[in-house]
Design a protein around this ligand. Structure first.
Ligand code: GLV
Ligand code: MG
Length: 325
């Protein structure tokens, strides 16, 4: 099956991205056993200023001990308006770079901030003898300046893997009139107040073959609220969402995986299209699958859904039978 139209970003699942405060050795210890696709060990807003240095050491220990198999391992450093960023990167990557998949940079406001991190990572990789370029970058967009510059940010480094929405900081940055992160601001009853932001981030991510990740939902006991908000960004095409509590993980893994019916349907489209466009099937371009007409564009849509379903471990419950006669 030709895979050239399938964005590679669809293949590395990050449906659930679990936030773990670097200041809590207990929570760092528990994270390995949880079924999150990604774990990010935090040095930023979940860690108080006096605890930042200790948190760096906790994170290095956590990354180098135990078994993180099957998880994307990320560390969120402090943003570049603070004095902590360079030491966060140097301490964590020198100490645990071989066990780290990406560094998350919060509150990114311009492409040069990503370039700074790219260059620093290269110097550390060369100094430490790590493979140069292996460690990725995740860029969190959390204010108006970052959103305006997101196209340049998303194209700033080949290390970039994700563009992430940071709703809490973003809502503060634009003076949105609510304190409930992820929910609609009271008074705006004509649509989704986040639609523009989410679509803007998604376009920048897709144009650069990056994953688009939705941010946190702070009412951690309200799983129905989490599901409702997650379904919105999943419907647009986002790949995953932050989870702040283990209880949110299963919901995120489910919401950002294709539904079983959609997965089966996508695999059928691929098989039917493959057969009908072959010599044996008549070498046709637009063909019928049951009542539905499918063509090359249908194949492209189906490729993404099928790849996400396979990555999520879904099994097919139907198969394609070429028409007789
Ligand atoms: C996350 O960092 C957020 O600000 O929502
Ligand atoms: Mg934030």
């Amino acid at each position: 099956m030709p895979e050239e139209t399938l964005q590679q970003s669809a293949l590395r699942p990050r449906r659930s991205c679990l936030a773990v405060p670097g200041s809590s050795p207990k929570m760092l210890g528990k994270a390995q056993a949880l079924p999150a696709d990604q774990v990010f060990l935090d040095l930023e807003d979940s860690v108080a200023a006096p605890a930042k240095e200790g948190a760096r050491a906790n994170i290095v220990s956590a990354l180098t001990e135990g078994d993180w198999a099957g998880k994307t391992r990320v560390v969120r450093v402090n943003d570049l308006t603070t004095r902590w960023t360079y030491r966060d990167v140097v301490t964590v990557v020198e100490g645990a770079g071989a066990n780290l998949d990406a560094v998350m940079l919060p509150k990114v406001q311009s492409a040069d901030q990503v370039v700074w991190l790219d260059l620093l990572l290269r110097q550390i990789e060369e100094t430490m003898g790590f493979e140069v370029g292996r460690i990725g970058i995740e860029a969190q967009i959390e204010n108006a300046a970052g959103l305006i510059a997101v196209d340049a940010i998303a194209a700033a480094s080949t290390r970039l893997q994700t563009i992430i929405f940071g709703p809490a900081d973003f809502m503060a940055s634009i003076n949105m009139r609510t304190l409930v992160v992820g929910e609609q601001p009271p008074g705006y009853d004509v649509g989704d107040a986040y639609h523009y932001v989410l679509m803007r981030l998604l376009m920048a991510a897709r144009a650069n073959d990056l994953q688009a990740i939705d941010g946190p939902y702070l009412q951690i006991k309200d799983l129905e609220g989490f599901r409702r908000v997650a379904r919105r960004s999943a419907a647009l095409g986002f790949d995953g969402k932050w989870v702040l509590h283990p209880g949110q993980i299963d919901v995120a893994n489910e919401v950002y995986s294709p539904a079983q019916d959609d997965y089966d349907h996508a695999e059928l489209i691929l098989e039917a299209y493959d057969w009908h466009t072959s010599e044996a099937g008549g070498a046709r371009g637009a063909v019928m699958l049951g009542e539905e007409m499918i063509d090359e564009a249908s194949r492209k849509m189906a490729l993404v859904v099928a790849a996400k379903g396979r990555a999520a471990g879904l099994q097919r419950t139907s198969s394609f039978e070429p028409p007789q006669g």
